[in-house]
Write a protein that binds this ligand. Structure first.
Ligand SMILES: Cc1cc2nc3c(=O)[nH]c(=O)nc-3n(C[C@H](O)[C@H](O)[C@H](O)COP(=O)(O)OP(=O)(O)OC[C@H]3O[C@@H](n4cnc5c(N)ncnc54)[C@H](O)[C@@H]3O)c2cc1C
Ligand code: SF4
Length: 560
């Protein structure tokens, strides 16, 4: 077979009952549930999970306050089995920040669905590692370090599996001595659980037009640091959310700060990717946020342990695409089951994995293969996930239309109405009007933002931060950030938007540098990429496509 002008050997194929792409909460829940069902029925069922991270959990980044309803359903005795989910939420704090001050919202104003009573603070990465062990114990085959790079179709157009990427290709696409051809993993059903803006999910949504008649998906970028704080600053079980400063009223977003474990504080900042100002840098907003007295006082005297970033879905109920295609389905945040005002998606990710597994198992048991798992779609649209997402469906559109302060108040009223008269609320479902990248203004109509210099103690420069994500990629490999037109960054994005990739990328991957003749050149430092997917979403020219690099590359998050 020819590849960039070189002949490559054919791929070997392996057959399974179910192929799962992604070892996050959605994919692992699906794999575990499939094996549980097979064990209950006393039958054999082969399940494989592919994970692009070097190990399960290496690419997982979340808050995380975990609503345990998915875990309860999947492994009811998870506590007795020692799941790493130990800190119960003790207190919820909501603050509106100004440049120096803060206003605490009284708890009684918050709609009950916003309460974290009964939830836990934990590392989602650690939970996924534990789920991975459970899955292995049940006989699931997990292949970390292997990215699913291509969807495989049969002649009728149904999905029959995926192929892993080739390993050992040089930057120019030529096979090196270390070259290993990718494998084909074929299944009766293929479950796509890649998380927000999955690269295969994106193709499948387009191929099968799964988003037809749906609102566009909306996204945010979440940046997170893990700190170990001084003992007197640690309040285990405290969950603090803020909105307001340093973002202006037209820019959606907010922060989280969760105290848990051994003096750990997860501090993070989310910026909605429909922001307008091309000079905005989500990374620098996060650094600036940490200088607020409400945050600084907690972190001072502590040390930063880890850094990372990841996109999250924000479109909610009205943006969920059709979930099934012939031969498989979209699970978790690859479909977009994130509850935006609650900043929670892991419970729905697990529930979707359970529903998909149950539908796939019933179908396989009935002798079916490569058709649509309609029972899965029905379970999501009529079950617990719908009951979680429908009541909050207007929060994000209200925020986008009316700005943060009015949007949060109106969203709160809508959520209260939904609480008092279930499934009614404002009585309408507000649409998302724009795809995120369309919101970006040109520099001619935007105000430059001057960010303070990092102090190296509380605030840091990007490259130092990236070193705290333990990111590594084989350097001599094809660039995994594909430009449809290499001229666009300098010819269009630079004059119109001051090439915003320099600022929205949280890992310093994109730079405009001067060539020897002084001309601007777009440089891609692909080895720094933390796989957040923001460039794929926010590039105003939609010129960048993120594809999986060689398996095992990317961040190596320990406890994110
Ligand atoms: C900053 C931030 C804070 C959050 N806070 C919370 C919170 O407090 N509580 C909460 O419940 N939720 C929270 N969420 C949301 C939560 O993390 C997601 O809803 C959840 O992780 C979705 O699970 P998933 O399994 O669908 O996807 P993911 O967790 O993203 O997992 C997907 C997995 O698939 C792998 N993968 C992707 N593509 C491929 C491929 N092609 N081949 C092989 N492997 C692949 C990835 O490496 C990853 O391991 C937060 C998210 C962010 C970004
Ligand atoms: S290159 Fe893209 S995916 Fe990688 S870190 Fe930067 S914005 Fe995120």
């Amino acid at each position: 077979m020819a590849h960039d002008g070189f002949d490559l050997p054919p791929r070997e194929a392996m057959e399974f009952d179910v192929v799962v792409v992604g070892a996050g909460p959605a994919g692992l829940a699906a794999a575990i549930r499939l094996k549980q069902l097979a064990a209950e029925a006393g039958r054999e069922l082969s399940v494989v999970v592919l994970e692009k991270g070097s190990e399960v959990g290496a690419h997982i980044l979340s808050g995380a306050v975990i609503d345990p309803r998915g875990l309860n359903r999947l492994i009811p005795d998870w506590k007795a089995k020692g799941a790493p989910v130990a800190t119960s939420v003790r207190e919820d704090r909501f603050l509106v920040l100004g440049p120096a001050g803060k206003l605490r919202l009284p708890g009684f104003m918050m709609p009950p669905l916003m309460s974290n009573h009964g939830n836990y603070i934990a590392s989602l990465g650690a939970l996924c590692r534990w789920l991975g062990e459970e899955a292995l114990r049940l006989g699931v085959e997990i292949y970390p370090g292997f990215a699913a790079a291509e969807v495989l179709y049969d002649q009728a157009g149904a999905v029959v599996g995926v192929a892993t990427g080739d390993m050992g290709l040089a930057r120019n696409g030529r096979p090196k001595d270390t070259f290993v051809r990718g494998m084909e993993l074929k299944g009766k059903y293929t479950l796509i659980a890649e998380g927000a803006r999955g690269s295969l999910a994106k193709q499948l949504i387009e191929t099968f037009r799964l988003d037809r008649d749906r609102c566009p998906q909306k996204y945010g970028i979440g940046l997170k640091e893990l700190w170990q704080v001084a003992p007197e600053k640690h309040e285990p079980g405290l969950v603090q959310h803020t909105f307001g400063w340093p973002l202006d009223n037209r820019t959606g977003g907010g922060s989280f700060m969760y105290h848990y474990g051994a003096r750990l504080v997860a501090v993070g900042f989310v910026v909605h990717l429909d922001y307008e100002n091309p000079y905005l840098s989500p990374y620098d907003e996060f650094q600036r946020f940490k200088t607020h007295p409400a945050v600084r006082t907690v972190l001072e005297g502590g040390s930063r342990i880890a850094y990372g970033a990841r996109a999250l879905t924000e479109g909610g109920w009205q943006s969920i695409p059709k979930l099934t295609f012939p031969g498989g389905a979209l699970l978790g945040c690859a479909a977009g089951f994130m509850n935006v005002p609650r900043i929670k998606g892991s419970h729905n990710a697990m529930l979707s994995g359970i529903h998909a597994a149950e539908a796939a198992f019933a179908a396989i048991s009935a002798g079916r293969a490569h058709d649509r798992l309609e029972a899965y779609e029905k379970a999501v649209r009529e079950g617990e996930i719908a009951r979680d997402l429908r009541p909050v469906r207007n929060a994000k559109p209200l925020w986008s239309r009316f700005g943060t302060l009015a949007g949060v108040v109106l969203g709160g009223i809508d959520m209260w109405l939904n609480t008092l008269i279930p499934n009614v609320g404002l009585g309408v479902t507000l649409a998302h009007r724009k795809v995120d990248y369309e919101g970006l203004k040109t520099t001619a109509s935007a105000r430059p933002i001057a960010y303070p210099k990092p102090d190296g103690v509380l605030t840091f420069d990007k490259l130092t931060s990236v070193s705290f994500s333990q990111t590594s990629h084989e350097e001599d490999q094809p660039v995994h950030l594909k430009l449809a037109d290499p001229n666009i960054p300098v010819a269009i994005n630079l004059p119109e938007f001051d090439e915003p990739a320099q600022r929205y990328c949280p890992a310093g991957v994109y730079e405009i540098v001067a060539d020897r003749d002084g001309k601007p050149r777009f440089q891609i430092n692909a080895q720094n990429c933390v796989h957040c997917k923001t460039c794929d979403i926010k590039d105003p020219s939609q010129n960048i496509t993120w594809v999986p690099p060689e398996g095992g590359g990317g961040p190596n998050y320990a406890e994110m």
